[in-house]
Each structure stands twice: as structure tokens, then as C-alpha cells.
Design a protein around this ligand. Sequence first.
Ligand code: ZN
Length: 492
Amino acid sequence: MSIALRHRRLAAVCLPTAAVLLLAVLALAKPQAQSLDVVIANGRVMDPESGLDAPRNVGISGGKIVAISAGALQGKTTIDAKGLVVAPGFIDLHEHGQEPRNYQFQAHDGVTTSLELEVGTADVDSWYAARDSKSLINYGVSVGHIPVRMKVIGDPGDFLPSGDAAHRAATPQQIAEMRRQIEHGLQRGALAVGMGINYTEAASHQEILEMFRVAAKFRTSVHVHLRYAGMLEPENGLTALEEAIAAAAITGAPLHIVHVTSIGLRDTPQLLAAINGARQRGMDITMECYPYTAASTSLQSALFDPGWQERQGITYKDLQWVKTGERLTAETFDKYRKEGGSVVIFSIPEEDVRLAIGDPMVMIASDGSRYTGPKVHPRGQGTFSRVLGHYVREEKTLDLMTALRKMTLMPAQRLEQRAPAFRDKGRIRVGADADITVFDPQRIIDKATFEEPFQYSEGIQFVLVNGVAVVKDGQLVDGVFPGKAARAPLTQ
Ligand SMILES: [Zn+2]
């Protein structure tokens, strides 16, 4: 045995385990460095899980992050991210617009995974099949109590109920059939159970409880638009929240409250306190909001049944007709409610928006709309840039890392018990999916407004989905479809 070899052996025995592991990783990394697909060089890498906030080079191969290094990396393609933030791609838990055009706007807003978890679908297989190999960004859906109820009871509405599914109580047989269909959707890989009790107001507390029971059986979160919005006792946001918390406590199903500000309105502080209180008692409850002072929905839905002005604390002029942009009057309200279409509802006080955005427990989700006219709500196009540009940079409502956590790690964690693939999303970590958003923190801002909603956000320079660039130098890339199904494991 030569002296040199003997020394090496001794060194190997004496080195602490961590150092040995490091050497092994370096030895493995060296040949790999030659074959990296993409390197994002010199960016400020921000990872909310590890707390990393430092200049790093990120190496990507095979759609995964394979290296994060302070030293140089070699790749077939290099993205220069000097002066830019390199963050996990944003995960939107609540986006109704799930068409190619919506995905383009969302990609420009930094979203790499777009999920429709509130209304959801009654046909999980068809929903995923329609997007297979055709999607710019990742996509996923819940099985929805609203569409299932519309199917079982029958309703003329095309998205939200406007007839019996809103206004008729279900028979025990119909409730059993809804249970069966929700269960089937979960067996087919739906990410969650969606619910909009405000739109199905005839659904009894018992019916709601039965749906929670199915979710609990699958350890699946229920994403709920609560039974009431507003401040009119006893039909207000707080009593509605109590119903959902009770259902979660009785059944054990995880609970997610959607758009807490448009439910709470001026009572948003009480809702946040109640949810945070239940969390402190050990319940698995999360929530989301969007960064706007207006809501939006169908005018023919149950939200505008008689008494809406008192319940929501608004009147006709606070409603904007999406097809024209006009504000409504008593006459046009009646006319358009018969005709059918969407309105933007100016009902949420700015201080309550700011409170929810600044609460570290509230996730960011857009609630973006399907195309219902030229003056749709801008939230589907600008939510994430608006939080980062307006609320982080301009208003200093919260710091950048906290904001990123609310749009990456927290939504991933919400879903990872149900769909373990989410353990590799929402993070800049070796082994994570290469869903990455690269933006200029000094320039990022939403451009979509209530007057001109179809405008791309600015300052998002590069967006990668599964390692493939869908936005490059601030421009959409044509003809690429790297989006994959975000789906829970199939059990049937
Ligand atoms: Zn909703």
C-alpha cells in the first residue's frame, strides 16, 4: 500500500460524515455540470422553505432543479438573471379561466400552476383530458359540489346555478348521489373538493356535512366559498364561517376558505381572527385572498336574490356590467339579470384588502374569471404582480419573502398531503420541479385594470414550466406546451 493511498484511507475514516457526503455530491455533480439543460445565472435566489436569499446559479436538467451553486455552472442555455429575483413559480389555487388565453395571461403574471379548486368540475377525467399536452402551464381541478349538484338536481346555468340547484332542497337520494359523484371524482385524482354554498343556498347543513365526510375519507381539503357574505346578522360571513369550521371539526376534513375579503367585507378582521383562532386550537384551516377592492360573479346567481343590497352593503351603482363596463341602475339590473352575464362588484374596503394581504397566514390566489366580456375583473391577469409591485414595493404592506411564501410554498403545502407531487413544487430546491419565475423586483407591476383588463403584467422576465421557458425576456414563447396535469394519485 503506497503512503498516499494510506493517507487517503485515513482521511476518509476521519472526515466528518457531512464532509464526506459533500465530497460525494461534488464528485457526482462534476460530470453532470457538462450536461445541464438550462442555467439561470447570477440571480438573487429566494426560497421561502429554506430561507435562502442570496446570489446563486441554478442548474436545470430533465425538468428538475439539479444544482444550486455559488460557483459557475455550464448549461446548453444560460439565462442571465443579474439584478433579478429567481423564485419558485407561483401556484394559483383559484382560477376559473382555464383556457389557453388565460394561461398566457397567467404566465405573464408569473403563474406556473393554475388550479380551479373552488367551482371545480363534475367530470374530472374529461377536464384533465381536454388539457393534456396542450397547456402552457400546469393545471389542476377539484371535484365541485356546485357542478355535481347542478347535474344531480338539474339546472339551466352553464357555470353557476340559476335555477333549482340554487333554490331547491335535495332529497336523501339526491344527497347520496352527490356523495357518490364526489367520491368518484376523488378516486379519479381531483385535487380537492370545491364548494360554493352561497350559490347553492338551498343545500342544507346536513348536505354540506355529507360532502365534508367524503373529503375527510380522502384526507382532502374542502375549498369553500362560504354560505353568506357580508355583515347582516345572522346571515353574515362569521356565521357562515362557523358552519364550515364546525363541518371541518365534526368530520376532520382540512378546510380552505376562499377569497376571505369578499366574504368578510368590513368584517374581514373578525374572520381573520376566527380562522387564526381555530388554527391555534390545532385545526387544519387555511385561507386565501386577491389584492383588489372588487369581487365578481354572475348577476343571475343566488348572490343577487332579493335583499342583496342589505346583505352586501352596496347598491346598483356599485355593480359594473362586464359586457359593456357600464354601472347599473334599478332598470338595467332587472334587464341584465334576466339576460344573464357577469358583474364586477365594488364592495371590499381597501383597508381590509391590506389587512388580509399583510396577514402571513393568508395565501394569494387570483379567483380569475372565465371570459364573460371585455370588462372582466383584472384579477386573473394581474394578481401576483400587483401583490409584488403594489403591496410589497410601493405600499410596504409585507416583505418580499413573505409575499413569495404566500404564492408558492403555502399553496404547495396545502395540497401535498392529497397530492405528494406538490412536495416538489413551490420550492427552489435540488430535486424540485423546475417551475421558476424570474422577475425584476424594481419593475414588477400589474397593468390590467377594471377599464382595460386584458393587459399583461410587467417585470416578469423569464418563466420556466418543467424546465421549459414559456416567457423569455418578458415575451411569451410560441408553440411550447410544457404544462402537466397536477393531479392526485388515482385510486380507481
Ligand atoms: Zn367564490
